[in-house]
Ligand binder design. Structure first.
Ligand code: MN
Length: 538
């Protein structure tokens, strides 16, 4: 147990938060702190192992047994933090007011909080002033930092219960945004302010804001300040265009928006009708980001769809159906687009199967070799596949299919292909998920992304990574040793698109039939399970 992460993030000459040390006592206390950082959230902490295991809960805990609260795991805090209240000064990590919202003791049986924590499931009884009774914290398997806090149905549960903040909530506005720049810790999903109307209120000095058409904007030179862009019959307000999003490279938010304005026509077909999980970087890639599934206050031109997500919560997902939405969401700090594999209209039937080749420690040349091996296996069934860089160190392979197979069917197909590739290429490929059990230098053929609600980054999406790399569609002839995925960036992609055209076009045009492949896999599975057991002759 260490507090390194906690201490590294803080400058104790500037904040009154306790530097702390790992405690020796084994008490079981909890605290919920109301934290008015750039976004109001509630920090939930359980004492165990001499530290406070901590989660940031955007909406706060709830006594309503129907409420499932997202709890984002954050760094361990010192036990002294149980009592911390006060103002974390501007410019510091987590700047803003902190007050204790509730505190008390907890019990957990059998008494092994650290073991339960490691297993990703904590069921405990809280004995606080406000929070009482049994709660469960469950880690999401697909996203280990994300947990859900649930209230059990017991005598303390109250349907419709609503949390009352202690301090009044500061109104979000430009001043507050400035203050909190680069200092926030975990930012919860934020409410979204619709873009401002063109006409300023009577009596106020008109703000001088340029208005441009989409094509003017797409080819504009240096961009700064705020600009209105006319697109899709809407006026989308794009703000803080000179904000540095990639500080090392000097790439601004304006550069990112201009890239998407230029590429909109090409990228939109891969996003339309698909629910999206937003990953927002309001202050660029060097500052904190947060995931946002729910978009309840978007302007009218943004399509949102209420879906039952894999977290079993009804939430309004954004769907990028038009350029206005693409720019609007980018303006909120959405650098990457991560669409679903299926469409809103038919969400149970994906229209592609995906393989995510994850190199971990392997060379990119080996990734290319494994990609070709996947392609060869698919080729045996007469299936075409399309490859793109992940925008990082991996490759994605998409197999477009008729949207009439269930996710469990595409998952079974993908597993079969991946296992075969691993079996036939033991020196280069693996399907072993656990990093510690994986042999070094092997490329992980991840077939587990074929499930509803899972996403991969869209083709042509910029990545929030050094270099402003892009997930670039490839010609299979390019997928060979020597290929450098770092050459595909926000700056180079428009020219590449002009030269090569959209190499991913077939993904949308070419829906393929999996019947034969699935039948073969099924037959083989049956043959294996019905094989007679060998009995020794007497
Ligand atoms: Mn906090």
């Amino acid at each position: 147990m260490t507090l390194d992460a906690y201490q590294k993030k803080r400058n104790f000459t500037q904040t009154r938060e306790p530097p702390g040390k790992v405690a020796k006592t084994g008490r079981q206390r909890f605290v919920v702190q109301e934290h008015h950082a750039s976004q109001l959230h509630y920090d939930f902490r359980l004492e165990m192992g001499g530290v406070l295991k901590s989660w940031a809960i955007p909406k706060g805990p709830s006594l309503d047994p129907n409420a499932k609260r997202l709890a984002v795991q954050v760094e361990d805090h010192p036990v002294d933090y149980l009592l911390f209240e006060g103002e974390i000064a501007e410019g510091n990590y987590g700047a803003g007011r902190v007050v204790v919202w509730d505190t008390g003791a907890y019990t957990l049986e059998p008494a092994d909080p650290l073991g339960a924590y490691a297993d990703g499931k904590l069921s405990f009884v809280l004995n606080g002033d406000k929070l009482r009774g049994r709660f469960t914290l469950i880690q999401m398997k697909s996203r280990p930092k994300q947990w859900l806090l649930l209230k059990s149905r017991d005598q303390w549960a109250q349907e419709g219960w609503e949390l009352e903040p202690i301090l009044p909530q500061a109104k979000p506005g430009p001043a507050r945004r400035m203050r909190s720049r680069k200092t926030s810790d975990v930012q919860p999903p934020a409410a979204v302010t619709p873009p401002r109307k063109k006409t300023p209120p009577v009596g106020k000095t008109p703000t001088r804001r340029a208005t441009m058409s989409l094509s003017q904007f797409a080819h504009a030179g240096a961009l700064e300040g705020d600009i209105h862009v006319h697109v899709d019959g809407q006026e989308v307000s794009l703000t803080h265009l000179d904000k540095l999003y990639w500080p090392q490279e000097g790439i601004t938010k304006g550069d990112l928006l201009r890239y998407y304005a230029r590429m909109a026509e090409t990228i939109l077909p891969y996003l339309q009708h698909r629910p999206l999980i937003l990953k927002r970087y309001p202050d660029g890639i060097a500052a904190s980001f947060f995931f946002q599934h729910d978009l309840p206050h978007a302007p009218d031109f943004v399509r949102t769809e209420i879906l039952e997500s894999h977290e079993e919560r009804a939430i309004e997902y954004a769907v990028i159906d038009n350029t206005a939405t693409l720019l609007y969401l980018t303006n909120l700090g959405t650098i990457e687009e991560h669409p679903w594999h299926s469409r809103v209209e038919d969400r149970d039937h994906p229209d592609w199967v995906v393989f995510d080749l994850d190199p971990e420690e392997a060379e990119f040349d080996v990734v290319c070799q494994v990609a070709q091996a996947v392609r060869r296996v698919l080729d045996e069934w007469g299936l075409s596949a399309y490859a793109k860089t992940s925008g990082s160190r991996g490759l994605h392979i998409l197999v477009p299919i008729e949207p009439r197979y269930r996710y469990d069917e595409t998952a079974r197909f993908a597993e079969h292909v991946a296992s075969r590739v691993a079996r036939e290429n033991p020196q280069t490929a693996t399907v072993v998920r656990s990093l510690s059990r994986r042999k070094r230098g092997r490329v992980y053929v991840d077939h587990l992304q074929n499930a509803q609600g899972k996403t991969i980054v869209a083709p042509y999406s910029v990545r929030a990574r050094v270099g402003a790399t892009v997930s670039a569609p490839l010609d299979w002839r390019e997928v060979k040793p020597g290929l450098n995925p770092g050459q595909f960036t926000l700056s180079t992609l428009p020219a590449r698109l002009s030269a090569k055209g959209d190499l991913f076009k077939g993904v949308l045009a070419h829906s393929q039939n999996l019947d034969e492949a699935l039948q073969q896999i099924e037959r083989r599975a049956r043959a294996v399970s019905s094989r007679p057991t060998v009995t020794r002759s007497p």
